[in-house]
Design a protein around this ligand. Structure first.
Ligand SMILES: [Zn+2]
Length: 78
Protein backbone atom coordinates (compact mmCIF):
# COMPACT_ATOMS: atom_id res chain seq x y z
CA UNK A 1 0.00 0.00 0.00
CA UNK A 2 2.85 2.35 0.88
CA UNK A 3 4.41 1.73 -2.54
CA UNK A 4 1.16 2.66 -4.25
CA UNK A 5 0.98 5.99 -2.36
CA UNK A 6 4.60 6.76 -3.30
CA UNK A 7 3.85 5.88 -6.95
CA UNK A 8 0.79 8.16 -6.96
CA UNK A 9 2.79 10.96 -5.38
CA UNK A 10 5.52 10.59 -8.02
CA UNK A 11 2.94 10.54 -10.83
CA UNK A 12 1.23 13.63 -9.40
CA UNK A 13 4.59 15.37 -9.16
CA UNK A 14 5.46 14.52 -12.76
CA UNK A 15 2.01 15.66 -13.94
CA UNK A 16 2.33 18.96 -12.07
CA UNK A 17 5.84 19.48 -13.44
CA UNK A 18 4.71 18.82 -17.03
CA UNK A 19 1.68 21.05 -16.59
CA UNK A 20 3.75 23.95 -15.29
CA UNK A 21 6.34 23.46 -18.03
CA UNK A 22 3.66 23.54 -20.74
CA UNK A 23 2.21 26.73 -19.30
CA UNK A 24 5.66 28.34 -19.30
CA UNK A 25 6.16 27.34 -22.95
CA UNK A 26 2.74 28.73 -23.89
CA UNK A 27 3.49 32.01 -22.15
CA UNK A 28 6.70 32.41 -24.16
CA UNK A 29 4.94 31.96 -27.51
CA UNK A 30 3.98 35.14 -29.32
CA UNK A 31 0.28 35.80 -29.83
CA UNK A 32 -0.95 33.85 -32.85
CA UNK A 33 -3.19 36.58 -34.17
CA UNK A 34 -0.84 39.53 -34.10
CA UNK A 35 -2.48 42.22 -36.21
CA UNK A 36 -0.42 44.09 -38.74
CA UNK A 37 0.40 47.67 -37.73
CA UNK A 38 -1.68 48.99 -40.65
CA UNK A 39 -4.60 46.71 -39.86
CA UNK A 40 -3.90 44.46 -42.84
CA UNK A 41 -5.27 46.94 -45.36
CA UNK A 42 -2.64 48.37 -47.68
CA UNK A 43 -3.14 51.44 -49.77
CA UNK A 44 -2.74 50.54 -53.44
CA UNK A 45 -1.01 52.80 -55.93
CA UNK A 46 -0.69 52.42 -59.68
CA UNK A 47 2.45 52.85 -61.73
CA UNK A 48 1.97 55.68 -64.28
CA UNK A 49 4.26 53.89 -66.77
CA UNK A 50 2.74 50.40 -66.92
CA UNK A 51 -0.40 50.89 -64.84
CA UNK A 52 0.29 47.98 -62.50
CA UNK A 53 -1.23 48.26 -59.03
CA UNK A 54 0.97 47.58 -56.06
CA UNK A 55 0.98 48.30 -52.30
CA UNK A 56 2.30 51.74 -51.42
CA UNK A 57 4.98 50.15 -49.21
CA UNK A 58 6.36 48.28 -52.26
CA UNK A 59 6.30 51.30 -54.59
CA UNK A 60 9.41 53.22 -55.62
CA UNK A 61 9.01 56.91 -54.87
CA UNK A 62 9.98 59.41 -57.54
CA UNK A 63 9.70 63.19 -57.72
CA UNK A 64 6.52 62.94 -59.83
CA UNK A 65 4.83 59.99 -58.18
CA UNK A 66 5.13 56.37 -57.21
CA UNK A 67 6.34 53.66 -59.58
CA UNK A 68 6.40 49.88 -59.61
CA UNK A 69 10.16 49.75 -60.09
CA UNK A 70 13.24 51.92 -60.29
CA UNK A 71 13.36 51.22 -64.06
CA UNK A 72 9.94 52.76 -64.57
CA UNK A 73 10.80 55.71 -62.35
CA UNK A 74 13.85 56.29 -64.53
CA UNK A 75 11.75 55.88 -67.70
CA UNK A 76 9.22 58.49 -66.53
CA UNK A 77 11.55 60.99 -64.93
CA UNK A 78 14.69 60.50 -66.97
ZN1 LIG B 1 5.62 50.19 -63.91
Amino acid sequence: MKALIILLAVLAGVWLWRNGRQKALDARKPPKERAKPDGGVQEMVSCPVCGVHLPRSDAVAGTQGLYCSAAHRQQAEG
